[in-house]
Design a protein around this ligand. Structure first.
Ligand code: SF4
Length: 505
């Protein structure tokens, strides 16, 4: 049934929760109704009235919806939650979401996907919370199905991932001194169809590049100052972007040397550089990475289908991917990741299966399977009519092919995150061969480690090990603003870390 909008009573204190739950079904708020009776009488077409109340014993949440049925007549439905401790607001919120999930499925006939009432980016965080409370894997899994309406497959997947991550999570004490450093390089050889990152094509004007390098140097030096001031230890370093390898060799080498000399310490166990695109990599850059002590890099084909590469704006071939990967191996990069995207325009199950067959032949150590997301500001979003997303069932089938193929390569899932506007409302999953996981990826997704951000658009996350809450600050996305106002942004980063570590000062 076509329902696009909802209204709610004026005194409803759960507006945010209702909005989130209705968003699963792409039903948006049309505001509140002054009084319920007239709202029912004057209910517009394609609109549903949503009312929540507690039952007489104050143990259950009762959700009622009113809408025009297929016959045009007004219909109402009611869902009563299981009994719970309703003194806790989060519990009320959860039950409202569950009630609305049941009701909206019924009256819209839509399926919002396998993640039940979860809408967050990091569903594994919930499993860690449950396990922190002492639940074992089976009980955590059961709760995800029962209390959050996940399918058994997704509950099993995130529980498996959380179990794999547990040994890498920091203790409260470690979290107060063991950090990671993220360095952002905002350049790319060209812009991909689906990209919304604040990356730009490498400027031809050398003065822009020089300003970037000078400002990065200042930023890196200031970050080192913070590490020294608070006695911090760098566990992992990650240079991402954009595509860091799109820097010319002189600047790339200079940046790697600066980063290695400044941050690499005796307890640093991982140094990743996102190489990404083969059209940005050559032997000189690979050797520069080896000299700097890089332990992990990536070559991200996204697809091994020639025609799709052209369509998404990549100026390289499948053969370039294979040759670059072989060079990385030849020069001894220890761990190589490959990224693919499920749901690229014109691709279905046959194409994804073929891409994965080709990747299996290359035996990467890590495989990251993204589901295509239509992000704001991407060319994909602007041209959605030309590039429709695959149907949910097709996207799900393709993701299943990717999972069984990764497992067939001897890999295991080790991190997972979700984004808005993903095909089929699905997820991104990182797979690894045993013992080859990227620890930075686990730390950033689970948000249990402070991350010091350097470079344009880099986020600094200050994580408090006592309650695992974090606060963030961001360098500006715009390169010119970053270079011009770096002092202001460094001061903000200083303040953020001072607030976290003030007890240690
Ligand atoms: S390589 Fe990545 S960051 Fe660069 S344009 Fe493509 S998607 Fe965006």
């Amino acid at each position: 049934m076509k329902i696009n909008r909802y209204i709610y009573p004026q005194d409803d204190f759960l507006t945010d929760i209702v909005r989130d739950a209705m968003a699963l079904f792409s039903i948006v708020s049309a505001g509140f109704a002054a009084d319920q009776l007239s709202a029912v009488e004057c209910l517009p077409q394609e609109t549903v009235l949503v009312c929540n109340r507690l039952d007489a014993d104050k143990q259950r949440v009762v959700t009622e919806v009113v809408f025009h049925g297929e016959s045009g007549e007004l219909e109402s439905r009611e869902e009563v939650s299981p009994a719970a401790d309703l003194l806790e607001l989060p519990e009320v919120n959860r039950l409202v979401r569950l009630n609305l999930l049941v009701l909206c499925r019924e009256f819209t006939g839509r399926n919002p996907g396998p993640w039940g009432i979860l809408r967050g980016v990091r569903p594994t965080k919930l499993v860690h919370k449950l396990m922190d409370k002492g639940l074992n894997a089976a009980d955590a899994c059961a709760q995800l199905e029962e209390k959050y309406a996940l399918t058994a497959a997704k509950a099993g997947l995130i529980t498996e991932i959380a179990l794999r991550q547990r040994p890498f999570l920091l203790s409260a004490t470690q979290a107060m001194n063991l950090i990671s450093v993220y360095i952002a390089v905002p350049f790319c050889p060209s812009r991909c169809l689906y990209c919304s990152f604040p990356a730009q094509v490498l400027p031809e004007d050398n003065t822009i590049l020089q300003a970037f390098m000078t400002t990065m140097q200042e930023d890196i030096k200031a970050a080192r100052g913070l590490i020294d001031r608070y006695g911090l230890i760098v566990q992992t370093i990650y240079i991402g972007g954009g595509t860091p390898t799109s820097l010319p060799i002189a600047q790339f080498d200079q940046l790697l040397t600066m980063v290695a000399e400044t941050f690499y310490g005796p307890e640093t166990i991982e140094f990743t550089v996102e190489a990404g695109r083969p059209d940005s990599i050559d032997e000189h850059k690979i050797m520069a990475m080896r000299r700097a002590g890089v332990t992990r890099t990536s070559i991200n084909p996204q697809t091994m289908q020639e025609k799709t590469l052209k369509l998404i704006g990549r100026s390289h071939t499948v053969q370039d991917i294979i040759v670059t990967l072989e060079k990385m191996r030849y020069f001894g990069i220890p761990i190589i990741n490959m990224d693919i995207i499920v749901g690229l325009p014109g691709e279905g199950e046959r194409e994804i299966a073929d891409t994965l067959d080709q990747i299996a032949g290359l035996s990467p150590d890590n495989l990251t399977v993204h589901t295509l997301a239509v992000k704001k500001g991407s060319q994909l979003q602007e041209n959605q009519d030309r590039f429709p997303l695959p149907h949910q069932d097709v996207a799900t089938a393709m993701l299943d092919i990717a999972e069984s193929s990764a497992r067939g390569m001897g890999m295991e899932p080790y991190y997972l995150y979700r984004q808005k506007y993903m095909a089929g409302n699905l997820e991104n999953v990182g797979y690894t061969s045993p013992g080859r996981e990227c620890i930075y990826n686990i730390q950033i997704i689970e948000a249990r480690q402070t991350i010091l951000g350097v470079g344009p658009a880099a986020a600094t996350k200050a994580v408090n090990g006592l309650d695992w809450r974090f606060t963030s600050c961001y360098h500006p996305k715009d390169l010119a603003t970053y270079c011009k106002n770096i002092v202001t942004y460094l001061a903000r980063r200083d303040e953020l870390l001072a607030r976290l570590f003030e007890a240690e000062v």
